[in-house]
Design a protein around this ligand. Structure first.
Ligand SMILES: [Mn+2]
Length: 340
C-alpha cells in the first residue's frame, strides 16, 4: 500500500501524463492504458497513450483506443506510466526517444510479469501473483477511490479476460473472479468483450488452423507436434500472428505430455510449446533450443527453415550453437556444421 500512496501522490501532482503500452499490445496492456486514460480525463489531466505497434482492430471496442499514438513529444510530460510492463525496453521507446527515460521524469509501473524486477527509481507496483495488470490497476482505483464507470470496467475486464484466457488459465484465482464480478456490477460490457476477443476469427486464420491441424502428429515420446510452413501463410493469406491460439488447442489432446508448433517466418523457425501437465518443464526444453519461458508455456526461435522428412526437423542457417539431436524425438535440430 506504500507504493499505492506514492503513486497516488505522483498522479495528483502531475499535469501531463504519458501512458506507455508494451510492444505487440494485448488486451491487458491496452485495457490498463485506456482505463487510466479515462480516469485521468476525469481528473482534468492532460494525457497521451502511446505504443510502438498499433493496436489490432479486435480491440476497437475499447473506449478511447483511437487516441493511441506512436510518436509524441518526449519533453512535455511530468509523469510516465508503464502499463503491463516493468522494463523500459519492453515498450521499445529507448531507441526512438533515448532522453525519455533519462530526464528524471517520475515513472509508475503497473505489472505482474515474473521476469520483471521493475524500473530503478520508479514507483514499482508489481504483483507477480496477480493474473493481470488490469487486476492491479483495479485495486489501485479502489484504493484512490475513483468511480469505476461502465467504460472503465469494460477496459479492466478486457485485461482480465485476455490474461486468464477467459478464466481458463491456472492464474485464475478466487480474487480474479471476485474482481471480475465487481467489474460486471460496475457495468462492464461482457458480451462485447467476448464477441470482440473470442468470437472474431477471420477466414484466413481458420484456414491456417486447418493446415496446422492437418500436419499434427503425436511422437513416440508423447509430444503433439505440428508445423506451419511459410507457404501455408501465403496460401491462406494469413499473417504471422494468426497462428496464435492453435497451440492452446493442441495442448488439450488427451494423454500427451506437451504440444509444439513450429512456424516458419521466412528467416527463422519459431517454436511455441504448451502443456497442461505439472510434471513437464517446458522452459527447460525450450532452453535446449536457445529459448525460454514458463514451465507450462515456452518458446524459441532458431534461424533456418523447416524441411519435411519422415519427421519434422529444423535446418538452421549460419553459425548457431545448437548441436545434434535433443531428447524430443520427432523434433530435433540438425546443426548446419553437421551436414557435409
Ligand atoms: Mn498482462
Amino acid at each position: 500500500m506504500e507504493e499505492f500512496t506514492k503513486a497516488k501522490k505522483l498522479i495528483n501532482n502531475a499535469a501531463n501524463i504519458l501512458i506507455l503500452a508494451h510492444r505487440r499490445p494485448d488486451g491487458d496492456t491496452l485495457g490498463v492504458s485506456c482505463a487510466l486514460y479515462l480516469v485521468f480525463q476525469k481528473m482534468d489531466k492532460s494525457c497521451t497513450m502511446a505504443c510502438i505497434d498499433a493496436p489490432t482492430d479486435r480491440f476497437d471496442f475499447l473506449p478511447e483506443i483511437n487516441k493511441f499514438v506512436k510518436d509524441f513529444n518526449p519533453s512535455v510530460y511530468d509523469l510516465i506510466i508503464l502499463a503491463d510492463a516493468a522494463d523500459t525496453k519492453i515498450v521499445m521507446y529507448d531507441n526512438i526517444y533515448p532522453e525519455l527515460f533519462n530526464a528524471n521524469i517520475p515513472i509508475i509501473v503497473f505489472d505482474h510479469h515474473h521476469s520483471n524486477e521493475g524500473v530503478a527509481g520508479a514507483v514499482n507496483i508489481i504483483d507477480t501473483r496477480a493474473a493481470s495488470a488490469s487486476a492491479i490497476v483495479y485495486k489501485f482505483f479502489r484504493f484512490i477511490n475513483v468511480h469505476i464507470s461502465p467504460q472503465i470496467a469494460t477496459c479492466l475486464l478486457t485485461g482480465i479476460y485476455n490474461d486468464t484466457g477467459s478464466f481458463m488459465h491456472s492464474n485464475t484465482s478466487k480474487e480474479t473472479l471476485e474482481i471480475a464480478s465487481d467489474l460486471m456490477r460496475c457495468g462492464a460490457k461482457v458480451p462485447v468483450i467476448i464477441k470482440s476477443m473470442f468470437k472474431n476469427t477471420p477466414i484466413s486464420s481458420l484456414k491456417l488452423w486447418g493446415r496446422a491441424l492437418e500436419n499434427l502428429k503425436i511422437t513416440e515420446d508423447g509430444a503433439a507436434i505440428s508445423v506451419l510452413m511459410k507457404k501455408d501463410f501465403e496460401e491462406c493469406e494469413a499473417e504471422s500472428n494468426e497462428a496464435g491460439g492453435i497451440i492452446e488447442k493442441m495442448s488439450g489432446i488427451p494423454e500427451i505430455k506437451f504440444a509444439v508448433l513450429l512456424h516458419e517466418t521466412g528467416t527463422s523457425v519459431k517454436g511455441s510449446m504448451r502443456t497442461i501437465r505439472e510434471d513437464v518443464d517446458l522452459a527447460k526444453i525450450a532452453g535446449l533450443f536457445g529459448g525460454g519461458g514458463h514451465r507450462k508455456a515456452a518458446g524459441f526461435v532458431v534461424p533456418g527453415r523447416i524441411e519435411k522428412e519422415i519427421r519434422w526437423k529444423i535446418i538452421p542457417e549460419g553459425d548457431i550453437s545448437l548441436k545434434g539431436s535433443t531428447p524430443i524425438s520427432g523434433l530435433f535440430v540438425e546443426s548446419a556444421s553437421d551436414k557435409s
